[in-house]
Design a binder for this molecule. Structure first.
Ligand code: ADP
Ligand code: MG
Length: 211
């Protein structure tokens, strides 16, 4: 079964709930290698998204993703707002006006999101950023879709890979963003943006019943 606009709204709302739930954890991760605002930024952005979704009912999955993008761009300061905003915007463009998304469409949306983050932030693998969660997520999503997985399964394998990618940022020395100012001292801590990416993907995945 395809993923409808209603399903995408449910996924985004689940993501918002997880950002609220993990606000302090993300703040604490950012406290050690950044400026302690990542949890606040993400929670603020997704609270604004919830308010928007109470006001309007986007008709397609792409329209939901676009609403998320514009809201995050206008409400989240810092590096992560424009990066996540660009990711959702590119994902929206990738899915176009399709009324429902199948497994390959979800995988393509994730890939477009990663490309957006890279175009904007210029990070590569192992720079200790959200890209380190997104790269394995995109790979797993593509493999899943090629094996015929539906949208829920594609999101589930992507989320699992993203969590592994986020955990693997711990020993890395940051080469992008605020954490890079710490040089070698950034090693030994998980990157907050990689963690929030993994949390969002598992929230999206869990919002759908298994197929
Ligand atoms: P700020 O760093 O401005 O305080 P946040 O704390 O909200 O913004 O977000 C920090 C996160 O943004 C980092 O943990 C990292 O994952 C991500 N990030 C920072 N710079 C880049 C970049 N150039 N490319 C990809 N992700 C980045
Ligand atoms: Mg910060």
């Amino acid at each position: 079964m395809g993923c409808t606009a209603e399903d995408v709204v449910a996924a985004v709302r689940a993501g918002a709930a997880v950002m609220a739930e993990h606000r302090d954890e993300l703040i604490n991760l950012d406290r050690v290698i950044g400026d302690a605002d990542h949890g606040e930024n993400m929670d603020r952005g997704f609270r604004a998204v919830r308010v928007k979704l109470d006001e309007v009912e986007p008709e397609t999955p792409g329209a939901v993703l676009k609403l998320v993008a514009t809201t995050l761009i206008s409400t989240v300061g810092g590096a992560s707002g424009p990066l996540y905003g660009t990711a959702f915007l590119r994902a929206a463009t990738a899915v176009g006006a399709a009324p429902e998304l199948d497994g390959p469409a979800v995988a393509a949306a994730l890939r477009a999101g990663l490309e957006g983050v890279v175009a904007r932030g210029k990070a590569v693998a192992e720079d200790k950023t959200m890209v380190d969660a997104l790269i394995p997520a995109v790979g797993a999503a593509r493999a899943g879709a090629e094996e015929g997985a539906g949208p829920a399964r594609v999101l589930a394998v992507a989320a699992e890979a993203a969590h592994a990618g986020a955990a693997a940022t711990e020993p890395l020395v940051a080469r992008k963003g605020r954490a890079s100012y710490l040089g070698e001292r950034s090693a030994g801590h998980v990157d907050p943006g990689a963690r929030s990416t993994a949390l969002l993907l598992s929230a999206f995945a869990d919002s759908r019943s298994p197929e």
